[in-house]
Design a protein around this ligand. Structure first.
Ligand code: NHF
Length: 456
């Protein structure tokens, strides 16, 4: 099949998990024998050969567009460049800049597809990702009528004034003053997918509007990178790796829990973890003295200073790192610590629990979205458990879970070793990009099961 993918992030340009997901989908589809074209804004990453130059009409003026083509791991990547699209702020500059980029990208994709179709014929399917590519997806649907799949990695629920749809030459899709672009994307698509089954049902208020064409396709995890074989100290026993890495961070050895993620107020739940740690420190001081917490990430300044204050209060137990870590070092951490805490309020799929499982760290995660679907909880199935699920936004429940796992660890329980092995197996065998892409290939042909309310 020839597949056209639209993504606002594509590696090496990366803000969050989206770039990893779209790049893995494109490369795996290519590996499975498909011809894959990716259209993406340059965001200042200019690489490859300039293949096309043209102008688009924009705000009563003209904008010069240039397209650069490169071959990246079997995928033809077309980076679209203009003074605005070259801005390094992927989702900006500002809200105006963001919308300007989305519209320019949309109009430019039509010019590029006109050019390619004349030379090579048309793609069999269009696969566009998240709301930023909706203008582009809708324009391609309008001018080329390709079968289209819209994948939502995370609902944004924003509103865009109808004026921008008129500017994008899509006035017919904007009958109200304020329009949610995700509705438009799902409306023009033939199939709408999101990245886990639980997230789809959690957001049924949105997806029910598209019942009959809504379904899910799980992401995968790149086990070739998140792999124990690549650990620097792979020959050492895990406990020894833990001792060494804690020492390098200025901590003595102990039962180690790690959080890694954005410090935000709306999704990742670092506040739930900080409260849970405070509870354990106050109410269970002797257990707390055996615990080590690595809290890694950055974002909201108040959350950062709360974390730092805890780190200063309990320097023997808590290490806070608010700087970007190299992926390789993060891998060493996953391969050394005992537990990973993923306290998200919601999580469409979630990479952290997957990376943890690949490297034998046991996840303790909120029972939401992709976390719930990828972790088999000790409370559900002792034999096949890969981690522990806790209710979201509940610091007391999280504190109890941490105490419980710490006790299991202290008793040197065989249960934990089994969980580690189960997690490695599940991440390697079930959540592969190959499985994800085989399902997308079925989605492209609409040969796929749907979310059905009366069968729920
Ligand atoms: O893993 C890639 C990522 C997800 O849960 C994640 C999210 C955004 O919030 O699909 O997209």
């Amino acid at each position: 099949m020839r597949i056209l993918i639209l993504g606002f992030e594509y590696l090496p340009v990366k803000v969050g998990g989206l770039a990893e997901a779209i790049t893995s989908i494109a490369e795996t589809l290519a590996k499975l024998g498909n011809e894959v074209w990716v259209f993406t804004p340059s965001h200042g990453h200019i690489e490859g050969e300039m293949i096309l130059k043209f102008e688009i009409a924009i705000y009563n003026g003209k904008e010069k567009i240039q397209v650069y083509e490169r071959l990246q791991n079997g995928v033809r990547v077309f980076a679209i460049s203009s003074p605005l699209l070259d801005n390094k702020d992927v989702y900006g500059p500002g809200w105006e800049g963001m919308l300007g980029k989305a519209i320019q990208f949309g109009k430019a994709t039509v010019g590029l597809l006109n050019f390619l179709i004349e030379r090579e014929g048309k793609p069999d399917v269009l696969h566009f990702h998240d709301w930023h590519t909706v203008f582009a997806g809708a324009l391609i649907k309008k001018y080329f009528q390709l079968p289209a799949v819209f994948t939502i990695h995370r609902l944004n629920k924003s509103k865009v004034p109808a004026y921008y749809f008129h500017e994008a030459h899509l006035g017919e899709l904007a009958p109200y003053p304020d329009i949610d672009p995700e509705y438009v994307g799902a409306y023009i698509a033939d199939l709408v997918t999101t990245v886990s089954r639980t997230y789809l049902w959690e957001e049924w208020e949105f997806y029910k509007n598209f019942e009959g064409k809504a379904t899910y396709v799980y992401n995968g995890i790149a086990c070739d990178f998140w792999n124990e074989e690549l650990l620097e100290n792979k020959a050492l026993p895990r406990e020894e790796r833990r001792r060494k890495i804690l020492e390098s961070l200025g901590l003595s050895d102990g039962i180690t829990f790690m959080f890694i993620g954005r410090f935000d107020r709306g999704q990742k739940g670092v506040d739930t973890l900080l409260k849970a740690i405070e509870t354990i420190a106050h109410e269970h001081p002797s257990e707390f003295s055996k615990m080590r917490f690595l809290i890694i990430g950055k974002g909201d300044p108040e959350l950062e200073s709360w974390a730092h204050a805890l780190g200063t209060k309990y320097p023997e137990n808590i290490k806070v790192i608010t700087e970007m870590l190299k992926r390789e070092f993060t891998r060493e951490l996953y391969g050394s610590v005992d537990f990973i805490i993923v306290p998200s309020y919601f999580e469409p799929f979630g990479l952290v629990q997957m990376e943890a499982m690949c490297l034998g760290a046991i996840p303790i995660g909120s029972a939401v979205g992709g976390i719930k679907d990828t972790i088999i909880s000790l409370d559900e199935d002792t034999e096949n458990a890969t981690g522990l699920l806790v209710p979201p936004r509940d610091p007391n429940a999280l504190a109890q879970a941490i105490l419980r796992m710490s006790k299991l660890k202290e008793e040197n329980s065989v249960v934990l070793e089994k969980m580690r092995q189960n997690g490695k197996k599940r991440s390697k065998d079930v959540f592969t990009w190959e499985n994800a892409c085989k399902r997308y290939l079925r989605a492209y042909k609409n040969n796929i099961d749907k979310a059905v309310e009366f069968l729920r």
